[in-house]
Design a protein around this ligand. Structure first.
Ligand code: CA
Length: 418
């Protein structure tokens, strides 16, 4: 009933057709009024407003991780209370109106305390295109279609949308140079990803079976995995990415819950000829509805465009269901199969979600074929990689006939000089 198509809110902006945050969405974030220095509080986005959950007496904590660790039934009860109180005609309107803040007048934080961060590599079109650039004869490693590939990332450098990040310094080596040198990255890039946030964790030594995996997922955000390609090319063998990735990762401020995403699930299918997942990564529910039907977009505004008041331009668009070779449930189960314990607030990155065609690429590395083919912007500027002053924005939304569109909001970040 929380997804009913004709459900409207007394917050009028929530009923506008292209709104990311209708009453059917109700994502969680941490906010405080701009200019205040107090603790961030838990809020829910509704239209262009934020509802303060403790002021509305819906929670007795300011700690998002406590809310995320709540049982499934407690989360359902909170969602039902929000739906009831925010719908048109609710007797809560007079009191809850006083608990609203315009989104334009609040500052958002990283939506929860991120415990650990693992970045996966589920985008098979990304893996194939990038693999061709690095290893023309063997783009996909032989393990790719059997085991979800990932690496342990770094939580301390995760920021929230609006972040300004300094171009990283690092070691690079051009192929014909005798020795590497230290300098600002010349190949700074973004990666279009989803972030999966863990609600309840598991005990050390007790793997999460795939049939239970989604019960441990609280919700999703957009994630930009900033990447310094020149640092990456020199450092990545034999242990994988390190300083090319851990200088900044940016999240959207709103966690869209698994409950809100329920109408936008899609079949998980393997192409004919591809191996089926091993039994521990397979279930009827995962095959039936393990994927997410989420449209994803990349937008760019350069400093010149900003000065001329030119709007951001869309660089690419893809869909998570066509891009990801593994589902979120499979990532949770695989991550714990060795007994590794996930904790509330752990973040699992999907990997770059590029679609099957070149225009659907989720990074500049792919769009420019490693920097060989510059892309042209409407104002005549060209880009191979990101330049200082560029603002990069990721957006995501779900649309389906018979359901109300919901959005993930956006994550944006601006590159500063080294
Ligand atoms: Ca990545």
């Amino acid at each position: 009933m929380t997804h009913t198509e004709n459900l409207l809110s007394w917050v009028a902006t929530a009923n506008e057709p292209d709104c990311d945050f209708p009453i059917q969405n109700l994502p969680f974030g941490r906010f405080r009024p701009k200019g205040e220095s107090g603790a961030f509080r838990i809020g829910v986005a509704i239209g262009d407003q934020v509802l303060d959950l403790s002021a509305a007496c819906l929670v007795d904590t300011d700690d998002m991780n406590v809310l995320m660790a709540a049982s499934h039934s407690d989360r359902q009860a909170l969602r039902s209370a929000l739906t009831e109180g925010l719908q048109q005609g609710s007797p809560k309107q007079p009191t809850w109106t006083k608990c609203l803040h315009p989104q334009l007048k609040v500052e958002m934080a990283v939506p929860c305390r991120i415990h650990d961060y693992t970045d996966f590599y589920t985008g098979i079109h990304h893996a194939t295109t990038v693999g061709k650039l690095f290893r023309p004869n063997e783009p996909l490693m032989p393990n790719y279609k059997w085991v979800p590939i990932g690496y342990h990332g770094r939580a301390s450098s995760i920021g929230v949308s609006g972040q300004h990040l300094k171009r990283p310094l690092g070691q690079t080596k051009v192929p014909d140079a005798q020795a590497p040198s230290l300098g600002p990255s010349k190949k700074l890039d973004y990666e279009l990803e989803l972030g999966f946030l863990i609600g309840q964790g598991n005990a050390l030594g007790e793997p999460i079976e795939i049939v239970n995996a989604e019960k441990h997922l609280f919700g999703i955000t957009l994630l930009n995995d900033w990447s310094a390609r020149d640092l990456q090319a020199w450092e990545y063998q034999p242990l994988g990415p390190f300083l090319s990735k851990n200088f900044a990762t940016t999240l959207s401020p709103w966690i869209v819950t698994m409950e809100a995403l329920a109408p936008f699930r899609a079949k998980f299918e393997r192409s004919a000829g591809d191996p089926q997942p091993l039994p521990y990564l397979d279930s009827a529910d995962n095959r039936d509805s393990g994927a997410f039907d989420i449209t994803l977009e990349v937008w760019m505004q350069t400093s010149k465009m900003r000065e001329a008041a030119d709007p951001a331009v869309c660089l690419s668009r893809s869909n998570a269901k066509q891009a990801a070779y593994w589902t979120a449930a499979q990532l949770v189960t695989h991550h714990t199969i060795n007994g590794c314990n996930l904790q509330t607030g752990d973040l699992l990155g999907s990997g770059t979600l590029s679609g099957p065609t070149p225009e659907e690429a989720g990074s500049l590395l792919e769009l420019t074929m490693g920097g060989k083919n510059a892309i042209s912007l409407p104002n005549g500027e060209v880009r191979t990689f990101l330049e200082d002053g560029d603002t990069l924005t990721l957006r995501g939304y779900c649309e389906r006939r018979g359901a109300v569109r919901i959005g993930l909001g956006e994550v944006s970040g601006t590159v500063l000089a080294s």
